[in-house]
Design a protein. Structure first.
Length: 284
């Protein structure tokens, strides 16, 4: 005989679905679980609740729960692993079980063939439902309220997309000078003498010497006539000291790296840079 109880809410870790409970009207029961990811990211199979088993077989839920306890004890399985919960008509917490396919089929082995058949058919329905992806349902555009809400959502989505594209384009434009400098740095691995360095960067030779001395790239005692780099500038990869042969023998000269060019192009103050009118720099 079907247990004549009406439930107003199912509370469980599993998915709920509606069934009919004899003459008790519709009830919400923890029917099955599709996929549940735990802390270990393992997948759990489709399950059927003891409430639905009771409804399908016409048995009292307390009797089905008793049979489940007996089965779990015989299989040496912990009850808590399969327990769920729901609220009865009086809003009281009640316990139910949620069984995977193998335990559901084991439970109903002792039931009559027609009852077993009902449960197996229902299990197959649940598994088929769990395997299907959720259907995409178009809004009812004949309903003005639904249509207005759908268009508003579409407009908000398009507006957000345009804002994202605008922010992206602004960032690209803002970063363009830095990207240009970086590409120059990547493209060339050469070293530059002092005069070539100043020419490529369009900086005044004397003022750049003073500035490089101030930022501790050039030695204080060797910054004017034949500038040589500090140990820090060499260690940081901005400069190198190269021995070159001239009419008097070998001498040490400063060479600047691409890293130095990138830094000066971005950081050099305005008074170091040449004017746009093409005025010539002072001789070193």
């Amino acid at each position: 005989m079907t247990q004549n109880i009406s439930y107003n809410q199912a509370v469980t870790k599993h998915t709920t679905s509606s069934i009919l409970a004899g003459n008790g009207g519709p009830i919400e029961v923890p029917a099955f679980s599709t996929t549940i990811n735990g802390d270990d990211d393992t997948e759990h199979p489709v399950t059927m609740s003891s409430l639905e088993i009771a409804e399908l077989t016409g048995k009292r839920h307390d009797n089905v729960a008793r049979d489940i306890r007996t089965m779990l004890e015989s299989l040496d399985l912990p009850h808590l692993s399969f327990e769920g919960g729901y609220k009865d008509l009086n809003n009281q917490e009640r316990m139910c079980f949620n069984l995977p396919r193998d335990l559901t089929e084991t439970l109903i082995t002792g039931y009559s063939i027609p009852l077993r058949h009902k449960v197996v058919v229902r299990l197959r329905e649940l598994e088929t439902k769990a395997a299907k992806p959720p259907a995409f349902i178009l809004p009812d555009f004949t309903n003005p309220v639904v249509a207005a809400r759908a268009w508003a959502t579409e407009f908000e989505g398009r507006t957000l997309a345009l804002e994202i594209v605008k922010e992206r384009d602004e960032k690209i434009a803002k970063d363009a000078p830095k990207v240009k400098v970086f590409n120059k740095f990547i493209a060339s691995g050469g070293l530059y003498g002092f005069q070539e360095f100043c020419t490529q960067l369009s900086v005044n030779q004397r003022t750049i010497k003073l500035w490089l001395r101030d930022i501790k790239w050039l030695r204080v005692n060797r910054w004017e006539r034949n500038p040589l780099p500090t140990a820090k500038a060499v260690d940081d990869g901005y400069c190198k000291v190269i021995s070159e042969q001239n009419e008097y023998g070998f001498s040490q000269v400063i060479k600047f790296t691409e890293k130095a060019k990138a830094y000066v192009e971005l950081k050099a103050p305005d008074h170091v840079r040449k004017k746009v009118d093409g005025s010539h720099s002072q001789a070193a």
